[in-house]
Design a protein around this ligand. Structure first.
Ligand SMILES: Cc1cc2nc3c(=O)[nH]c(=O)nc-3n(C[C@H](O)[C@H](O)[C@H](O)COP(=O)(O)O)c2cc1C
Length: 184
């Protein structure tokens, strides 16, 4: 059974990406369970001086440990100004300074949702680059990019059948990817 940790890049209450993440948790294939990671909302902005003075904060070490313990990570995030939202990038930067960097060799799958036409795809590209820098194992295709999000969610739920089918395909393929790349 693959245990996947899901990280949402949005802190917004009515977040489309949180709804997408919740849909994915419910659509996990047989042989995979997905649980939500603790929030990174309260992390201080990374500063090398602070790290030297007091070390990596405990809650960030806790997220690093949770990633370490998981078989894979699913990151579901919006795009801010064509890139990674600051809170998510800050969490990645902190984790990259942990003694044992949990993302190293960790299978990672990405999803995004946005009201616009490109659905957060530019964020996905930047996130791939940042995670490559810390040696994550990035899952390729199919990509889940939920564009025109306002028309694809209703009452807090993903309603678009095309997106639902794509998530099922992606998570099924991600499950096989985890089995293929994981050295036990
Ligand atoms: C600071 C900021 C920057 C944004 N930049 C982009 C962008 O570059 N591309 C895009 O598709 N949407 C952009 N948006 C719109 C978001 O896609 C939209 O607010 C979306 O609902 C955020 O995701 P969430 O619903 O999960 O919070 C931006 C929104 C904010 C607040």
């Amino acid at each position: 059974m693959a245990q996947v940790l899901a990280i949402c890049g949005s802190l917004r209450k009515g977040s489309f990406n949180r709804q997408l993440m919740n849909a994915s948790i419910g659509l996990a294939p047989e042989g995979m369970t997905i649980k939500e990671a603790p929030s990174f909302a309260k992390y201080p902005i990374y500063n090398f001086d602070d790290q030297q003075a007091t070390g990596v904060p405990k809650d960030i070490e806790a997220l690093n440990d949770a990633i370490k313990a998981a078989d894979g990570v699913l990151i579901v995030s919006p795009e801010y100004n064509w890139s990674i939202p600051a809170g998510l990038k800050n969490a990645i930067d902190w984790i990259s300074r942990c003694k044992e960097v949990s993302f190293k060799d960790k299978p990672v799958c990405i999803q995004s949702a946005a009201p616009g036409l490109l659905g957060g795809s530019r964020m996905q590209y930047h996130l791939r680059m940042a995670l490559q820098a810390i040696d994550a194992q990035l899952f390729g295709k199919p990509e889940v990019i939920v564009n025109m999000a306002a028309s694809k969610f209703a009452d807090g739920k993903l309603t678009d059948q095309g997106a639902i089918d794509l998530i099922k395909q992606q998570l099924g393929a991600f499950n096989k990817f985890i089995a293929r790349v994981t050295v036990r």
